[in-house]
Design a protein around this ligand. Structure first.
Ligand code: SF4
Ligand code: SF4
Length: 322
């Protein structure tokens, strides 16, 4: 793993822990019993009770709605989509607790089957971009499946703590005294998430996640946004490579494509790291790099440039075996 990917995993791991712990420390949760949000330990209410009791008038109630609902949502949306507009789906690739599960299970499935996803047509090359062997072993299914189940259970419990007091949920869980509804929620959510993590994890990110979709839409409106760029004029240098950029992509994209075919790119940088490793002896370096502004304008394909997808080549031997 490159230092860049180490850094990304650190961000992802930290955010995953934050995702699990935020309700426990009352950083953020919606308490269904009290009927309001809790933000940094403080109740975030609209003042509806005060309004109904006549303690605040219409003007104050309108102001509460503006300041405590509309303004925060607008500020969050503008900040979040502004980042996506400039840098793409960096939230997905660097923070999202679902995407870290996607990547972890992808790696285990690759070790078990040679493919990152059950839906891949063919296994990837049996070696890594640096030429070291990457054998597959079916026994890894015995790790991949329980991992998917554990992640699904963790997610289900965490989701419940965003709705009910975490002390009650964890207390009941450890004492095996969950209420019927709590057990039902955790059971059903675990099953659904397990199926999703096993069969459709990256498909959910690509086609079903609203957070990802809105980031992608914001990103696509900015033709100068940061994007993975391919030096197509050097395509000949790909001849000795087993298309590692395609094989490492957790979203199962083809990173040498034009931007609109990379709609779901999460800016994880794994394709560039793979290429840099493959081309480490090449004085011209990687063929894939992040580009922005004027370079990005040319790479988005809307001017009729860079539209053909390079053919996949398969060398008989690994490149540059150490
Ligand atoms: S195209 Fe590259 S940067 Fe984008 S998701 Fe795939 S591997 Fe990550
Ligand atoms: S861009 Fe790099 S990783 Fe992708 S096929 Fe060409 S040499 Fe291989």
């Amino acid at each position: 793993m490159t230092p860049f990917q180490h850094k990304r995993v650190l961000y992802q791991g930290s955010f995953f822990i934050l995702f699990l712990c935020a309700p426990i420390f009352d950083l953020l949760r919606f308490d269904l019993i009290q009927g309001h949000l809790i933000v940094f330990g403080q109740p975030w209410t609209l003042g509806l009770d005060d309004y109904l009791a006549g303690r605040i008038d219409n003007r104050q109630m309108t102001l509460n709605i503006l300041l405590r609902v509309i303004l925060p949502i607008l500020l969050l949306a503008v900040g979040f989509l502004g980042i996506a507009w400039r840098w793409g789906r960096v939230y997905c690739g660097w923070l999202c607790p679902h995407f870290s599960v996607v990547e972890t299970i992808n790696q285990l499935v690759r070790k078990a089957s040679g493919k990152q996803s059950l839906w891949d047509k063919k296994p990837g090359p049996p070696y890594h971009p640096d030429g070291t062997p990457a054998p597959s072993d079916r026994r890894y299914w015995l790790v991949a499946i329980p991992f998917a189940l554990v992640f699904a259970f963790l997610w289900a419990v965490a989701l419940l703590t965003y709705l009910l007091p975490p002390a009650e949920v964890y207390g009941n869980l450890f004492a095996l005294t969950l209420t019927r509804n709590q057990a039902l929620f955790i059971g059903v959510a675990t099953i659904l998430l397990f199926l999703e993590f096993t069969f459709a994890r990256h498909l959910f990110c690509r086609y079903a996640c609203a957070v990802g979709l809105f980031q992608s839409l914001a990103w696509m409106t900015n033709r100068r946004a940061m994007v993975v760029g391919y030096q197509r004029e050097r395509a000949r240098d790909c001849a000795g490579c087993a298309s590692f950029c395609d094989h490492v992509c957790p979203m199962r994209l083809k990173p040498r494509n034009i931007k609109r075919l990379m709609f779901a790119c999460t800016q994880c940088g794994q394709c560039m790291d793979a290429c840099e490793t493959v081309q480490r002896q090449n004085p011209d370096g990687s063929l894939l790099n992040w580009i922005a502004d004027q370079q990005a304008l040319q790479a988005d394909g809307s001017q009729g440039l860079l539209v053909s997808e390079p053919a996949e080549r398969k060398p008989k031997t690994p490149p540059d075996l150490p």
